[in-house]
Write a protein that binds this ligand. Structure first.
Ligand code: PFF
Length: 438
């Protein structure tokens, strides 16, 4: 029996989790979704959803992973042998495969834009040019494939090196550089004349825009951004030492992710508004709108390089964590060595990634179902499992690291209540109401 990998330090584990959380979800989705759904009013809804549903689900995933010390599928089998619960783990692995397929295509675009911003130019002089440039990239199967393979190759390289030498070490560097650069970009944006309009779009509260749909968006955003419901936190937690403070790690991950999303909003939107351009969501924002902004900005070429590096670093540190869910599963279920497991997983991802790159409908379908359906369903089942299948004693033993960390009783009781009732009922209510078109 091979010895199971472990993170070297608590900080390394935290940065790996933060690396997984901070990704495209923070950089290209959050700012726009906030601005369009009531600004500060959405942020308040988001924080409530994160505190009452997302954080408890993260704690629940952590408890399963660290206690079971195995991949997503086998973890459930350890707690509930021969039951159907292991299919929740399998759902997590399938969700990871679906997310990574389109994530690698987008990761490829970040490589392409980083390369172009350094060697050529991505900041066009005339409006309209950036849209043409982006469709030239996305419309070309060969270019899509080449850049996706570079991105996936780099991701596989890191995962092949293992938990400590690959994942932990790369996330330490990537997250540190990322944090510094996003602050530099934000300061530059905030000093542009007319930038306050962007801040108003992001932060001005408009409670009339808050509806049931807003809560669904907030929940989908929270699950995607915090990498929940697809056994990512479970897999990383399975490499965490038992002595680590579980509540500290999870709450710091959530805080860093929310903070990063707000800083990213303050880095991107003020610049967009300062040049009188209207913001867009997703790929359009990062690859069409922002190049136009860089084209008009003083030092735009330098800022473009910094921005595309941030986008690339955020994407790859997330892609690494998604791949690890699949690799841990393949390694342990088929008793393969890490290198072989990475190779097999990557063949599958290339095949699906090509489908996403060629057919926009597959890309959109994978993107749509992952956050709002698959991850939320996974989160619901994870909360039910920990809330109702794991005994109070085991739950508290894991949270306190067998009494090593003093956690107030009220907090333990509240957390268990949130996991047992609030998270599953909340997720189910929001999903049902949105399916019913409320
Ligand atoms: N949290 C990542 C983002 O915000 O882009 C996406 C992600 C990473 C989803 C890891 C799922 C996952 F397992």
């Amino acid at each position: 029996m091979r010895e199971r990998a472990k993170f070297k330090s608590s900080l390394g584990m935290l940065l790996a989790l933060v690396g997984s959380a901070i990704g495209l979800g923070n950089l290209w989705r959050f700012p726009y979704v906030v601005g369009n759904n009531g600004g500060a009013a959405f942020i308040i809804v988001y924080l409530i959803v994160v505190a009452l549903i997302c954080l408890p689900v993260m704690v629940a995933e952590f408890v399963i992973g660290r206690r079971a010390r195995s991949n997503a599928y086998s973890a459930y089998d350890k707690f509930a042998p021969k039951s159907k619960w292991k299919y929740v783990g399998l759902l997590g692995v399938l969700t990871a495969i679906i997310i990574d397929s389109f994530y690698c295509v987008v990761g490829g675009w970040t490589v392409s834009y980083l390369f172009h911003s350094i060697c050529l130019d991505v900041a066009p002089e005339t409006p309209g040019q950036s849209a043409a440039m982006f469709s030239a990239l996305t419309g070309s199967t060969s270019q899509n494939l080449i850049y996706m393979l570079i991105f996936l190759g780099l991701t596989c390289g890191v995962v092949m090196l293992g938990v400590q030498k690959g994942i932990e070490r790369s996330c330490k560097y990537l997250i540190t550089i990322l944090a510094v650069l996003i602050v530099v970009i934000m300061i530059n944006s905030l000093t542009l004349p007319g930038s306050s309009e962007g801040l108003r779009f992001l932060f001005k509260p408009d409670f009339s825009k808050v509806t049931f749909k807003t809560i669904l968006y907030a929940m989908g955003q929270g699950f995607f951004s915090l990498s929940l419901g697809c056994c990512c936190v479970l897999t990383y937690a399975s490499y965490a030492p038992h002595k680590d403070n579980l509540l500290k790690t999870t709450s710091l991950t959530v805080t860093s992710d929310v903070l990063f999303a707000l800083i990213a909003g303050a880095a991107i939107l003020p610049a967009v508004f300062a040049f009188g351009i209207s913001p867009t969501e997703g790929a359009g924002l990062a690859f069409i709108t922002l190049p136009e902004v860089f084209g008009q900005m003083a030092m735009g070429k330098v800022i473009a390089i910094l921005f595309y590096f941030v986008l690339f670093a955020a994407a790859i540190s997330s892609a690494i964590s998604i791949l690890e869910i699949i690799v841990a599963f393949v390694m342990e279920i088929f008793s393969f060595k890490r290198v072989k497991a990475v190779a097999i997983s990557s063949i599958l991802l290339v095949a699906l990634g090509v489908c996403c790159a060629i057919w926009g409908t597959v890309f959109d379908l994978f993107d749509k179902i992952s956050a709002n359906i698959l991850m939320t369903t996974g989160g619901f089942l994870i909360a039910v499992f920990v809330g109702w299948k794991i005994t109070r004693k085991d739950f508290e033993d894991e949270i306190t690291s067998s009494g090593m960390h003093k956690v107030p009783r009220w907090l333990l009781v509240t957390l268990r209540f949130l996991i047992r009732y609030v998270a599953p009922i909340g997720v189910a209510a929001v999903m049902i109401s949105s399916l019913a078109g409320l």
